[in-house]
Design a protein around this ligand. Sequence first.
Ligand code: GAR
Length: 216
Amino acid sequence: MRRVAILISGRGSNMTALIDAAAADSFPAEIALVISNRPDAPGLATAKAAGVATLVIESKPFGPDRAGFETVLQAALDEHHIELICLGGFMRLFTAEFVRRWYGRMLNIHPSLLPSFPGLDPHGQALRAGVKISGATVHFVIPETDAGPIVMQGAVPVADDDTPDTLAARVLAIEHKIYPQALRLLATDGVRIEGDVCRTSAGGAPCDDLISPTLI
Ligand code: GAR
């Protein structure tokens, strides 16, 4: 049973999906701790209600001192014997040193089919680019933002009348499906990083073509 910390800054719906999945006896990881860098993150109450230990480590007082924040963060992770980290809408960048220390043991989820549309406003970026399919990506964290070996992706169609909000809602449903599965793969040693690429023990999808717009 691998001990996992989830780092959040806000709503924490991906955190909830991970907590729910980990509640099953057969799940190979335990959500041992939820840490928020913001005291007002709504996800904190959700985690508490689910019986998960929570911690607030405010990043604001550290200002640009990322290493100072990470010293406190690392001490908390050590104290709780955390082996794996899942970022769930954690809106704070790490130093390269912290990322290197957790390389291969820290996952992030981003609401686009990376390497397309990293960074802010991914849904606006997708709509402006006119893509017909978007999705979500679970990847290992590297110093570059929203990049790193890809563990799992899920795709959704983009509709002509989508707004960033309607597309975000469709992608979020996929996020909640793939994040627990990606964590399961990592926790069962079903992933292998080869250079910039992650290989997994899971097979590809059984040819469920997603074509958008629909063929007529
Ligand atoms: C999610 O859509 C996640 O993919 C995104 O923030 C949202 C957090 O929602 N993350 C990023 O954009 C990372 N660059 P949640 O708090 O409900 O999980």
